[in-house]
Write a protein that binds this ligand. Structure first.
Ligand code: SAM
Ligand code: GLN
Length: 276
């Protein structure tokens, strides 16, 4: 296998270390094992060559290995479903830390592969979780993860356009990582996102905040006693516009930064700003 790694590293202009890492990820085996294997099957080498070509062409590695790590979960990811980001792991941590009440019913809008819903189901054992998506592929993906990880009894999956499936006054907490990239910025996204991730997962319309505003506008109607508690991911560039919009809404809110120092989270309602 050592020869294969060296050959592929030359062919794809990668360092030997990079090739080792990628090959071991693609084969889902620890790196050291590559050196225990005397030779590699011809078919495996061809498969690796095909997958490395896809990577070179910008296909995200998660779509090739069909898996993604999210907090302590190894999730399946279907090509065509949004890949959960590490900033979203932190989003879940923040929600759990800052929430000031025990929500009976939580709604996650746009669940994708189910990452947030699964992590919340575990962190909030007393809550019923309802997760929606408009994409049937995303829902299939989420259903698979939810049942593999034994959360089917805790999470209800529903196909819906935003709140369209729900009646008035039923949620205590609404969570969403919405599409929030301004349409005018989609073309300047990295190729791996722009060309391979689903457009309806990232395109937030003109200015990027259409979806976010729609959620905040409607959250009150769908919340118990009209007391809306909403946790959202947003883009740093949208803070000023969102702030001037929220000022007129007579709600408590605050923005928090991600691990890279950019504002990425918006909490509206009953949350502890400093996590005390
Ligand atoms: N929650 C996942 C995560 O954080 O990794 C996925 C978030 S992705 C940024 C946004 C998700 O919203 C996508 O799965 C997309 O299909 C879904 N979506 C887009 N428009 C929607 C709508 N009108 N109603 C419900 N879901 C929608
Ligand atoms: N590619 C963007 C990001 O993760 C998309 C996020 C989104 O629209 N929710 O930064």
């Amino acid at each position: 296998m050592r020869e294969v790694v060296e050959k592929l590293s030359k062919e794809f202009e990668l360092s030997v270390e990079e090739t080792e890492l990628i090959v071991s990820t693609l084969l889902r085996r620890p790196r050291f094992e590559l050196y225990f294997r005397k030779s590699a099957d011809h078919n495996i080498v061809n498969l690796l060559r095909m997958e490395l070509t896809q990577l070179k062409n910008g296909v995200p590695i998660e779509y090739i290995t069909k898996q993604v790590q999210f907090l302590r979960y190894t999730l399946k990811i279907f090509p065509g479903v949004f890949i959960p980001r590490l900033e979203t792991e932190y989003f879940v941590e923040l929600i759990v830390k800052l929430i000031d009440f025990v929500p009976e019913r939580v709604c996650e809008i746009g669940t994708g592969c189910g990452a947030i819903a699964i992590a919340l189901a575990e962190a909030l054992p007393q809550s019923e979780i309802i997760a929606t998506d408009i994409s049937t592929l995303a829902l299939e993906n989420a259903r698979e993860n939810i049942s593999l990880l034994n959360f089917a009894h805790r999470i209800n999956l529903i196909r819906a356009d935003m709140f369209s499936a729900f009646s008035k006054g039923i949620f205590d907490l609404i969570v969403c990582n919405p599409p929030y990239i301004p349409t005018e910025r989609i073309l300047s996204l990295p190729k791996s996102v722009r060309d391979f991730e689903p457009r309806n997962a990232i395109d937030g319309g003109f200015g990027g905040i259409e979806f976010i505003k729609r959620i905040i506008d409607r959250a009150k109607y769908y919340s118990v006693d009209s007391k809306c508690n909403v946790a959202l991911e947003i883009d740093d560039d949208e803070v000023i516009t969102l702030e001037s919009y929220l000022r007129n809404e007579s709600v408590n809110y605050f923005f928090l930064k991600d691990l890279f120092g950019r504002y990425r989270y918006l909490f509206v309602g009953n949350f502890r700003k400093n996590g005390e």
